[in-house]
Design a protein around this ligand. Structure first.
Ligand SMILES: N[C@@H](CCC(=O)N[C@@H](CS)C(=O)NCC(=O)O)C(=O)O
Length: 216
């Protein structure tokens, strides 16, 4: 396959991270829609691209890849996107720390624990204190790590592009919006990010229409 193709769904947090990077770097690509939550399960041919059945998967001029981190670093290195990396060692380490916090702690708590539970499982206002506390802890940590303009330094880096999709879902959930109100730094950062063309070009369907996606 010649060119750049991203396989996944526009409602997916991890697909959006890659799309944000593609947009920030001005790389033309095709989005090939794959619904891993389809009634009949993950499409069988998709498992050839991603044996674990997650999204996204990626192909560039015949080079196939999966795992968001690997895809993003390939894009940055192949297409000269170093401006998205913090330039100094400690700041770059902080950037990666924030990315891994999002993967390892925030994704489950914010997206599945709050957004999906409240909007899809009709548990709005009925979450348990420990579910809310896990999300609250993530926000406290992120708030502590956030800088005055972007997460790390004076320019948008991969840290911002990793955090944005997860907080974008969180703020759509009633309890998530309440939690966020206690972190005005994060609210202001979200509003700054909302102005970026990359963010506007990759809106989740639920942000555009107010409709709730099947899964995230
Ligand atoms: N480690 C994977 C995670 C990707 C991931 O979890 N994607 C979600 C959608 S945002 C997914 O495929 N979920 C399906 C599932 O949990 O079965 C990556 O970094 O690409």
């Amino acid at each position: 396959m010649i060119g750049t193709t991203l396989f996944g769904a526009s409602y997916s947090v991890y697909v959006r991270i890659v799309r944000l990077v593609l947009a920030e770097l001005g790389i033309a690509y095709a989005l090939s829609e794959v619904d891993i939550f389809a009634k009949d399960g993950v499409p069988v041919d998709y498992l050839e691209r991603h044996p674990f059945g997650r999204i996204p998967a990626f192909e560039h001029d015949g080079f196939r890849l999966f795992e968001t981190d690997a895809i993003v670093f390939y894009l940055v290195e192949h297409f000269g996107g170093e401006a998205l990396l913090a330039s100094e060692a400690q700041m770059r380490a902080r950037m990666r720390q924030i990315m891994r916090i999002m993967d390892n702690y925030a994704y489950r708590a914010l997206v599945w624990g709050i957004y999906v539970e409240e909007t899809e499982h009709a548990r709005s206002g009925r979450l348990a204190p420990d579910e809310l506390e896990r999300a609250a802890q993530c926000l406290r940590v992120l708030d502590d790590l956030s800088g005055p303009a972007f997460f790390v330094g004076a320019q948008c880096t991969l840290a911002d592009l990793w955090v944005f999709p997860m907080l974008a879902y969180l703020r759509l959930a009633p309890s998530g919006a309440v939690l966020l109100r206690g972190h005005q730094n994060l609210v202001a950062w979200l509003e700054r990010m909302d102005d970026r063309p990359s963010v506007q070009a990759t809106r989740f369907p639920a942000e555009r229409t107010g409709a709730v996606p099947t899964q995230s």
